[in-house]
Design a protein around this ligand. Structure first.
Ligand SMILES: [Zn+2]
Length: 236
């Protein structure tokens, strides 16, 4: 009967599909994907750090320039005071306040510069760490890639043989039935289910007695109302 042939065919087809799934889930492949993602993340981290450092560098230069400018202002003011000493207490106090204000601002700038240089050092260390880690991962990736490429080549050849066998076996099927099988497989796999105790073994729905009768007597091919699989009565 044609459903027996289709059932036999499905075993071969499912074996090939299963092997393809196993290939995709290969531990080496998973490790490679993980390493590749890790490297991508590190590249992104690196980019972020580089742009942070660039911004910091700009700010650092701006503050350093401003500090230089203030130092000159302070030197000029000091020279001016030396050339024209204050004439009275108020004037002396006013000048002292101006000098103090400049000194306070300079101190603030120096503190800020020290903090930024410290931050820059931290980011520099982070960059180095990332580089070391990424280089290590890249090395592991390259080594594993060699192993995996071999594995993939062998598995691909094996899968191709399995697919060829499927192709051969499919020639035993009625073209229309094969089309139907393929259509069902697109949304439901395996596309056939055994009939066990009046139930579809694909989705475990109990089938109405009219459907059961149709399967047992007629030559009509019946699909499960619930999951759409072709129902196969193996006579068990
Ligand atoms: Zn079903």
């Amino acid at each position: 009967m044609q459903l027996d042939t289709l059932w036999q065919f499905m075993q071969v087809d499912m074996e090939a599909d299963g092997f393809e799934t196993k290939m995709r889930q290969s531990p080496n492949r998973q490790k490679l994907i993980k390493a590749r993602d890790f490297l991508k993340d590190q590249q992104a981290n690196m980019k972020k750090l580089e742009s942070d450092v660039a911004v910091m560098q700009d700010r650092l230069e701006a503050v350093a320039d401003e500090a230089d400018r203030l130092e000159k202002v302070l030197a000029n003011l000091t020279a001016e005071i030396e050339a024209n000493p204050p004439q009275n207490v108020e004037e002396a106090q006013k000048q002292a306040e101006s000098v103090q204000k400049l000194l306070d601002t300079l101190t603030r700038y120096e503190q800020e510069l020290a903090k930024m240089r410290k931050d820059a050092d931290v980011k520099d260390r982070q960059q180095k760490e990332i580089r070391v880690r990424a280089a290590k991962t890249k090395q592991e990736f390259d080594q594993l890639k060699v192993v995996y490429d071999k594995e993939f080549k062998a598995d691909t050849a094996k899968l191709q043989k399995m697919r060829e066998r499927t192709e051969q076996e499919s020639k035993k099927l009625e073209p229309k039935l094969y089309e139907r099988y393929k259509n069902i497989k697109q949304h439901c796999t395996p596309p056939m289910a055994k009939l066990i105790n009046g139930q579809c073994s694909g989705c475990f729905m109990s089938l109405p007695s009219a459907t059961l009768l149709e399967i047992r007597t007629g030559d009509r091919i019946v699909e499960c109302d619930n999951c759409g699989r072709i129902l196969y009565d193996a006579g068990e």
